[in-house]
Every structure is written in structure tokens, then in C-alpha cells.
Design a protein around this ligand. Structure first.
Ligand code: ZN
Length: 420
């Protein structure tokens, strides 16, 4: 099941805002206490904390709806569980997680879910706040209506749990839509490969039926090869320069009497300025652009199997510190995740093939390629040149059929192979 969360600002009158703040404070206290307990005692289930804490909080916060207490304890257990797991893998250094803010989960008994889903154009909802039902208006926008339309047409459902959270002084309701993945026949086969500044794509449009995939014949297939510009590497390089400029500018302010400098990057001022650059947002935008492009028609999408930390594998044999940094900044996993998500939504499927020999073999003659003076260009013993990135995506494409796979990957054993 696919999920999409849509945040809609709430129009909250003063009195209601006060109530929301009180609920938030109580909820946060519960989450913090339970998280601390669960982490210290290595508890990863929600059952035990519930048994231990529920009646205590019912007494401690008599106005708070019982189901909000239940949700808070459950949320705390989830936070604790993921923390304990990350701790086991050595990914955290703190003794327990710092819960700075919470999003309050209203299950269907604590907000007007039934009424809401029966409406054709819902513009308000009511929340149970400290013993009172309070009505608030929504400020819905295009994205909300887009998913709401899908609810009305039966393509999506609204989850019964409503998340309410605060950013600065504004309150938002986060609606979770569960979208039914579409089932459609693939119209093309697309292989993509992520490089420093581009994503290389090989697209083969399929004849109308899937059956024909089985008897693929290479003469009918002329893959379209192109690259989508991402400039992740360039972006990283640019931000690195900007960051260095900020460091240089801040240095005098953080000079110590002995002439040395405090580590500027750990100062609040530096973090504040870096945050303003919105590097992450820009990257996310580019990732979405690539995903949209790849999943625009229903397709079989092929990509390389990525390891746990693809960047580390790629840079193990790279000398230059600059390139190393840039590759670290390429959001491989994020890109794959977004593509897979979009693919499901649009009726495509994602397949992962091994990266073995992807850029070593001529995708036309299935013989080993030789390197040239130019790292990006490879030469086929039969005379022509091949772009490394395109060889790689085309070979990924071939791996989907058994014959091509054996030819392409085991090219040096071709005489010993039984092609059937
Ligand atoms: Zn060749």
C-alpha cells in the first residue's frame, strides 16, 4: 500500500489554540517518559509500556482523551524501538533519544473521521481536546483536493488516524491517504543508472502485449538512450564552496585569544547560515524530477542492486578527496526509493539486477570492452566506441532476458554455454 501524507493548515481560534498547546505538552511529556523508560530497559514492544503507564497517565492527565494516551505510549514505543535498533548497529552515540517535538495522533475516536469521510468537500473537522470537542476549519490546497478526488473516485482511502502538528505558531493537520497501486501493462522497459551528474536511461518501448517480452528479439528493439541531468556532483561542489566561504567569514568572530579558531562548523551561527542554503530541498526537487521522468508511463524499471552504502563501495578506489565528497553527496538510496514509490503509484514495477560487468561488455556484440584515454569512452574490439554510462544501462536491460544475460555476462564462456 502506498501512502501520501498531506499537511493542511488549520484555522485555530485562540481558545482552541490554548487547548492544543496543553494537549501537546501533555502528549510530549508522556512520549518522553515512556521513551526514556523503554530505552533504558531495552523494551521494544508497546504492550509492556502500555500496561505500566496507561493508568498512571489516566490519573495524571484526567482531561486527556484515553485514546490520545494510548497513541502517545504507542508512538513512544516506536521511537524507542527504532532507537534501540540503531544503537545495536552502532549508529547512535546518545544514551537515549532526545524527543524535541511530537506530532499528536488522533485516532478515529478522537476526531470527526466518520463525518469527514462522508463529506464531498470537507473543510472542517472536530478534535477531542481535554474533554471538549472543538471545531476547526481547514485551509485546503490543490494537493489535498487532488488526493481527496482520488478518495471520491475510489482510488484512495483516507487513513483514520489524523496527525496534528505545530510548526512555529501554526497548526497543521496531516492527512494520510492510502493509494491503491495501479495495475497496468508495462509499455516500456527502462533501465537507469545513477552517475555523478546525470542519470543514464535506456528505454525500450514494448509491443502492445507482455507476452512478447518472452520472445524478445533484439532486431525489434532499438533502445532510446538519454541522460537526465541532475548535477548532484556540481551542486555538491558549489555548496562546498559556499560553505567554505561562510567558514572563512565567520572565523574572525570565533577567534580565540591565542590566535586559534573555534571549530566554526559546530557553531550555531554556521548551522543557521547553512540551513538557509536549503541544499537538501534542492536535491529533493531533482530527485523527484528524475522519478517523475522515469515513471511517467507504466514500465518495467530496471536498476542496479545497491549495497547497504553504495557511496562507500564506489569511492573505495578513488583517490581524490573532492570526488569522494561529491559522490557521498549523491542521494542514491533516496533516488531509488522515490522512483520505486512513484513507479508503484503509476503501475510500474522496479527490478534490481546485479552490477556485475555492467560497464565491461559491449552491449551490441557481447565482447569485452577496452578502455581508452578517455575514462568515459570504451572501445569494442569490433571497432566502434561506446559511452561507459550507456553501455552500463543497456547491459542492465539485457540482463532481464536469460539469453542476453548469459551472453552479456558470461561472454568469455560463450562456447561452453547451452543457449537454451
Ligand atoms: Zn561492439
Amino acid at each position: 500500500m502506498l501512502r501520501r501524507a498531506v499537511a493542511v493548515e488549520l484555522e485555530v481560534p485562540k481558545g482552541v489554540s490554548k487547548l492544543l498547546y496543553s494537549v501537546e505538552t501533555a502528549y510530549l511529556n508522556i512520549v518522553r517518559e515512556v521513551v526514556e523508560y523503554a530505552v533504558v530497559n531495552n523494551v521494544t514492544s508497546a504492550v509492556k509500556p502500555h500496561g505500566l503507564f496507561y493508568s498512571k497517565y489516566r490519573r495524571g492527565y484526567p482531561g486527556l482523551h484515553a485514546h490520545l494516551i494510548i497513541q502517545a505510549i504507542r508512538q513512544a514505543s516506536q521511537i524507542a524501538k527504532s532507537f534501540v535498533e540503531r544503537k545495536k548497529r552502532g549508529l547512535v552515540s546518545k544514551p537515549y533519544p532526545e524527543v524535541k517535538a511530537v506530532s499528536i495522533r488522533f485516532d478515529e475516536t478522537t476526531w470527526s473521521y466518520d463525518q469527514f469521510i462522508r463529506s464531498i468537500a470537507p473543510v472542517r473537522l472536530s478534535l477531542s481536546l481535554l474533554g471538549e470537542r472543538k471545531e476547526v476549519w481547514l485551509r485546503p490546497h490543490k494537493r489535498f483536493w487532488f488526493y481527496w478526488w482520488r478518495v471520491l473516485s475510489g482510488e484512495a482511502e483516507l487513513a483514520s488516524t489524523l496527525i496534528v502538528k505545530r510548526r512555529a505558531n501554526k497548526w497543521y493537520a496531516v492527512f494520510v491517504f492510502e493509494i491503491k497501486p495501479r495495475e497496468e501493462e508495462p509499455k516500456s522497459i527502462i533501465a537507469f543508472d545513477i552517475n555523478e551528474n546525470t542519470v543514464a536511461v535506456s528505454r525500450v518501448d514494448l509491443p502492445s502485449t507482455v507476452d512478447k517480452v518472452a520472445d524478445w528479439n533484439r532486431q525489434y528493439m532499438v533502445p532510446e538512450l538519454y541522460a537526465i541531468k541532475t548535477d548532484f556532483g556540481k551542486l555538491a561542489r558549489r555548496y562546498e564552496r559556499i560553505r567554505n566561504t561562510i567558514i572563512e567569514k565567520l572565523k574572525p568572530e570565533f577567534a580565540l585569544p591565542n590566535g586559534k579558531y573555534v571549530n566554526v562548523t559546530s557553531t550555531r551561527e554556521f548551522r543557521k547560515q547553512v540551513r538557509k542554503l536549503r541544499e537538501r530541498d534542492r536535491k529533493v526537487g531533482r530527485v523527484r524530477h528524475v522519478a517523475n521522468e522515469l515513471a511517467k508511463t507504466p514500465a518495467i524499471i530496471i536498476t542496479e542492486e545497491l549495497g547497504e552504502r553504495p557511496q562507500d563501495e564506489m569511492i573505495s578506489d578513488l583517490e581524490s578527496g573532492g570526488l569522494r565528497h561529491r559522490i557521498k553527496q549523491i542521494p542514491f538510496k533516496a533516488l531509488e526509493r522515490v522512483v520505486e514509490d512513484k513507479a508503484l503509484e503509476r503501475g510500474s514495477k522496479l527490478f534490481r539486477v546485479s552490477s556485475y560487468r555492467n560497464s565491461r561488455v559491449c552491449p551490441i556484440h557481447f565482447v569485452r570492452l577496452k578502455s581508452t584515454d578517455e575514462w568515459h569512452t570504451l572501445q569494442c574490439p569490433l571497432g566502434h566506441y561506446v559511452d561507459r554510462d550507456y553501455a552500463s544501462v543497456m547491459n542492465m536491460n539485457w540482463k532481464l532476458t536469460q539469453e542476453a544475460w548469459t551472453k552479456g555476462v558470461w561472454w568469455n564462456m560463450r562456447r561452453k554455454m547451452d543457449w537454451r
